[in-house]
Ligand binder design. Structure first.
Ligand SMILES: NC(=O)c1ccc[n+]([C@@H]2O[C@H](COP(=O)([O-])OP(=O)(O)OC[C@H]3O[C@@H](n4cnc5c(N)ncnc54)[C@H](OP(=O)(O)O)[C@@H]3O)[C@@H](O)[C@H]2O)c1
Length: 259
């Protein structure tokens, strides 16, 4: 067997269908691009049509098969509709990536129920409901990969974790519960844990060069993350190669968490 065939056997996503929420920007876009380039027919889900269209155009130009679906993952009915719409494009997905997320950053004392509800809906309830929608089918078919994107704040307080940290901590627990339920049937569930990544989510923080440099200095690699840094880890967790890795949190953070 050639080296190329061996690598394809381990990592190729040819013949797979992937759904990536938040796939139109930042880390989600980096992951959607990687999965599509590795061969998966990829559906990206978000609210803004402009960024969705631009993402799919870029993927198509790279020779990938990709499509978009609009969906607002901040309410139960809309989450369910987005799940149905995503599955209608290429069929039931083999790979689900939950990257859509929001970080509202009021100081702890000012967090009200509105901030709590909004954060929990997008960051936690959408991954849960999409997991309920797709997980059992993956288990029935004997193969599935669920990948959540969490945060340093799932593990420790970090730059005003607030409710965001609560939602990400729970998301890691959700991954373990899903792993416990569906791993016996070939469905692994894991999380990717970013450090500080230069994306629109961090626009305000990223506009302060001193803070950006201070965060880079806290890593071991000496720089902050880029969306492309998630490509290899995402393909690995989506592929056959990771069949025995489940319920885990994989830190893609330049060593920030262990420095
Ligand atoms: N950047 C970091 O340093 C960092 C660190 C740790 C964890 N993370 C996590 O990584 C994930 C991606 O973050 P990012 O930095 O890549 O953010 P981003 O560039 O702001 O992208 C967020 C994506 O989520 C979508 N989205 C937001 N609200 C949505 C909603 N209500 N319904 C559907 N889609 C929605 C956005 O599209 P629309 O706005 O068009 O809907 C966009 O595609 C998040 O879960 C975040 O918590 C990021």
């Amino acid at each position: 067997m050639s080296a190329q065939d061996y690598l394809a056997e381990l990592f190729s996503l040819e013949g797979r269908v992937a759904v990536v929420t938040g796939g139109s920007s930042g880390i989600g876009k980096g992951i959607a691009t990687a999965l599509a380039r590795a061969g998966a027919k990829t559906v990206v889900v978000a609210r803004g049509r402009e960024a969705l269209t631009a993402t799919v155009d870029e993927l198509t130009a790279l020779g990938c098969e990709a499509a978009w679906v609009t969906g607002d993952l901040s309410g139960r009915d809309a989450i369910r509709e987005a799940g149905e719409a995503a599955a209608a494009v290429y069929g039931e997905p083999d790979i689900l990536v939950n990257s859509a997320g929001i970080n509202l950053r009021p100081p702890m004392s000012e967090i009200d129920e509105g901030v709590w509800d909004a954060t929990m809906a997008v960051n936690l309830e959408a991954p849960f409901l999409l997991g309920q929608r797709f997980g059992p089918g993956m288990a029935e078919r004997g193969f599935g990969r669920i990948i959540h994107v969490t945060s340093q704040q799932a593990h420790r307080a970090f730059v005003q974790s607030g409710v965001y940290g609560v939602s990400k901590g729970a998301l890691e627990s959700l991954a373990r519960s899903q792993a416990e339920a569906w791993s016996p049937h070939g469905v692994t569930c894991n999380t990717l844990v970013p450090g500080f990544v230069m994306t629109p989510l961090n626009e305000r923080l990223a506009s302060d060069p001193e803070k950006v440099a201070a965060l880079a200095a806290r890593t071991m690699t000496g720089r902050n993350g880029l969306a492309e840094d998630f490509a290899g880890a995402a393909v690995y967790l989506a592929s056959r190669a990771s069949a025995y890795v489940t319920g885990q949190a994989l830190f893609v953070d330049g060593g920030l968490s262990v420095h």
